[in-house]
Design a protein around this ligand. Structure first.
Ligand code: C2E
Ligand code: CA
Length: 616
């Protein structure tokens, strides 16, 4: 259904055209008056025409000047209809006036003008279904009556023709109207789901902001993005993807109707919902979250499409329209930020926009942007944290990456490594880290620094990348001997296991054939499972810092550490404890036969030169 909303603009543009046309033609009647020496009636009529024109002009100005909401526009359109009907009716007055005069030329002029005005009304009022009928009838009927009153054979024929012409004009107006409706529909609706499209949504949102400004009522905005929709498209084809989108849209639409909300499709698998207004912010917020939860449940119910049982979840961002000073695009951006956060927190969830979230996301985007140039600008460096045995001898080190940016200062790897993983930059960064580490190891060997092991962190994304194994092979053939290769320990995390254990085992075994060893980093914090520990070709377990830290507080007896050490021993793995910060921790670990210690108490991560000084 097409609402009036899209016609406000259309009608608005018509006003000036009609006024210009009527005043210029109306002036012709003054001339006629002078010619036929009846100046006064024409002048009075023309003054009336000017007065009504001014009314039209003020309506034009109202639309131009004031920020109208939908209700205001509705009222404005009603006024405009009265104006137009009055304006067109003025010509009927003139028609009656001229056809009641004796001069036949004046009759001709009146008939021609009335016909002309009828055509103009059918063209200008095309978008106003009822108004065009009433106006045309009020213009054509006097003409028909006139022909009938004349009472000759030809005038009856003309009366009949005028009725036919009226019908044709109405038919043409209706046809144009239908065409307009269709093109408006196409401009404002999404072809696939029949929901409103982005343009429709933005206009609706802009109107909602105006209402908010006047009524001080709050509205919530939901941005919904389906999770992994691309996978469905890629694996089952676009036809199934389209049907699924239509089905999801239908469910959303049904739920929205229940709450008087409005849903549009912004594009792809992204939808937006705008609520009706609420008395206060708290109610609005609560309703927004409740609605989002219900919506998520509805979306997640299974779909049967062409024999396929499909499941899909969504990530939903919620923002509130409480500040009418902001633009529509800002509200969408806020909901977008919240939606992305919901995605990065594992998808299938709802996130509320907040300033704190915005700051976090902005920082993330900034880090992401600058990280792109970090390698090129030589901002990335490596530090080495010594690893010691129970006799305080340095037996190895862990390579840790550092990033110093002019604008951001020092950014910790805990912050930029996950970002580089999400953006795929880790591949390039990881390659650089590997190459630099290998160079250092070779350089140290040349300087007589003999270590038992040299640990490098490998991120999951890097490990599963299809060129990783080849990359390691190439780099080690350039920089390392077989002997040096056997000192390398790749630290992997438990998240790698959750990906694809078979692929992981395959990659690990190939790397193992080069002599490389493996350590399970941050052990105990992730998806720890004894069965995978047995399956993976590991050499070492690294007890997570949090367990070492517990020794001083929640778990002074170190039961967790003892358990991990037992597991490690049973699996024939060596054990490293990281994050050793106190003498007490160190003594406990040595007492319990932990093989290797690493932590600030023993030595902090340091530059290559400092490490060399320490060991030589
Ligand atoms: P991780 O692998 O668990 O690294 C140990 C982290 O603990 C390092 O933080 C290290 O500086 C810190 N640490 C060492 N001893 C102590 C201690 O006694 N107390 C405390 N509080 N911290 C200690 P860093 O360098 O900030 O690294 C954080 C994480 O970033 C690493 O955690 C690792 O997951 C990642 N990372 C660092 N370098 C690399 C790298 O080259 N490649 C990859 N893929 N990830 C890296
Ligand atoms: Ca590590």
């Amino acid at each position: 259904m097409l609402d009036n909303m899209n016609f406000y603009n259309f009608m608005h543009k018509q006003i000036l055209i009609v006024i210009a046309l009527f005043i210029s033609t109306g002036a012709g009647y003054i001339y006629m008056g002078i010619l036929y020496s009846s100046f006064l009636p024409e002048l009075l009529w023309f003054i009336l025409l000017l007065g009504v024109s001014y009314w039209g002009y003020s309506l034009y100005r109202i639309y131009l000047n004031i920020n109208l909401n939908i209700q205001d526009k509705e009222n404005w359109l009603q006024d405009l209809r009265y104006f137009l009907f009055t304006y067109f009716s003025l010509w009927t007055i003139m028609f009656i006036m001229y056809t009641s005069r004796d001069s036949i030329e004046l009759h001709y002029i009146a008939i021609a003008t009335q016909l002309g005005v009828s055509v103009v009304s059918a063209t200008v009022l095309v978008s106003q279904k009822k108004l065009v009928i009433i106006t045309l009838a009020s213009l054509m009927l006097p003409l028909t009556i006139y022909f009938i009153i004349v009472g000759t054979f030809y005038s009856y024929l003309l009366a009949f023709f005028s009725v036919v012409l009226g019908g044709v004009l109405l038919y043409a107006a209706r046809n144009t109207f239908n065409y307009l409706v269709k093109s408006q529909y196409q401009a404002y609706h999404d072809y696939l789901t029949s929901l409103g499209n982005r343009r429709y949504f933005i206009e609706q949102l802009e109107d909602a902001i105006k209402v908010q400004k006047q009524d001080k009522r709050d509205i919530y905005l939901l941005l919904i993005d389906l999770d992994h929709f691309k996978t469905i498209n890629d694996s089952l084809g676009h036809d199934i993807g389209d049907i699924l989108l239509r089905e999801v849209a239908k469910r959303m639409h049904t739920l929205c109707k229940k709450y008087n909300n409005n849903v549009s499709r912004l594009g792809g698998d992204e939808f937006c919902i705008l609520s009706s207004s609420f008395q206060n912010k708290e109610d609005c917020l609560q309703s927004g979250v409740d609605f989002a939860k219900e919506l998520l449940e509805v979306i997640k119910q299974s779909y049967i499409i062409e024999g396929h049982h499909l499941y899909i979840s969504a990530s939903i961002g919620v923002s509130l329209i409480t500040n009418p000073q902001m633009k529509a695009s800002t509200f969408i951006k806020e909901a977008d930020i919240a939606m992305y956060e919901a995605k990065s927190q594992g998808r299938d969830g709802i996130m509320l926009f907040s300033e704190e979230l915005s700051t976090r996301v902005e920082r993330k985007l900034e880090v992401e942007r600058l990280l792109h140039f970090a390698l090129e600008n030589k901002e990335i460096s490596l530090v080495y944290q010594p690893q010691m045995n129970g006799k305080d001898e340095i037996i190895g080190c862990e390579v840790l990456v550092r990033w110093h940016n002019e604008q951001l200062g020092h950014v910790g790897p805990g912050e930029f490594i996950p970002i580089s993983e999400q953006t795929g930059l880790i591949i390039e960064l990881g390659h650089y880290i590997l190459e630099e580490s290998f160079k250092t190891l070779r350089e140290w060997e040349g300087k007589g620094i003999i270590l038992q092991q040299f640990s490098i962190n490998i991120s999951m994304r890097q490990l599963f990348h299809n060129t990783f194994v080849q990359e390691v092979e190439e780099l080690s053939s350039i920089y390392l001997t077989k002997e040096l290769c056997s000192k390398i320990v790749f630290e992997i995390t438990e998240t790698s296991v959750a990906e694809d254990i078979n692929q992981l085992i395959h990659n690990m075994n190939t790397l193992k054939s080069f002599g490389i060893r493996f350590s399970m980093d941050d052990f105990g914090t992730g998806y720890s499972s004894l069965s995978y520990l047995r399956q993976l070709p590991l050499n070492e377990l690294k007890i997570d810092r949090s367990f070492v830290c517990e020794l001083d507080s929640t778990s002074p007896d170190g039961s967790m550490i003892k358990t991990i050490l037992d597991i490690s021993r049973n699996l024939n793995l060596s054990t490293v404890a990281e994050g050793v910060e106190t003498l007490k921790q160190k003594e406990f670990l040595i007492e319990n036969n932990c093989d290797i210690l690493q932590g600030y108490y023993l030595a902090k991560p340091m530059k290559k030169e400092a490490f060399e000084k320490l060991v030589l």
